[in-house]
Design a protein around this ligand. Sequence first.
Ligand code: SAH
Length: 213
Amino acid sequence: MNYKLQGAKQHLITILQSKGIADKNVLEAFDKVNRHLFVESFMEDQAYKDIALKIKHDQTISQPFTVAFQSQLLQIQKGDKVLEIGTGSGFQAAILSAMGAKVYTIERQEGLFRDTQKLLEEIDHKIFTFFGDGFNGIPQYAPYDKIIVTCGAPNIPLSLINQLKINGLMVIPVGEDTQKMIRITKTSENDFMEEEFGNFIFVPMLKNTKTIN
Ligand code: SAH
């Protein structure tokens, strides 16, 4: 990694701190993971700005602050089993993995799924990638300590709450045009508590899968 990108990365970490990211585990993960590897090479120079960027297959890599904020809300402990809905570029999954989580991530677009699966195998082979509709979660590996949704959900899918351990946390942006960041704490088998953490804008969570044909 060249000095220019290295410097830009350190600067990004100070920006995240100034915006309220205090979890050391999150900040260290942003040092460990190279965001420029998750964008197309002609966009490398933009990779350490605190902005969302377009990636292939008409999708976005979330803004670094948003990734850091959701990661902080999840209160990741080493060894946590985490389900991510919306693999996208794979950057959020790589951050959680660098924080010590065991990450299962699912993407609904087959082309993007294949590209990111290949990239993650090169960068971080500990992440488990799946192709499918995240509305169903990944029941075969449930229950999870934490669930993170990285697309704007129309509502809170019950199927996902069902795959959460008791005392587990789910962070999910909910809403149509803009989303409210919601954190769910599953308090018992049939009950959960909700907290709200401000407005964000995500690409929509869509039903079913989009296959390559
Ligand atoms: N976590 C990603 C953010 C990508 S944007 C990153 O770090 O780059 C959100 C992603 O969610 C998109 O790739 C979109 O295709 C995907 N998505 C939308 N609805 C989905 C669903 N129902 N199941 C799985 N993925 C979905």
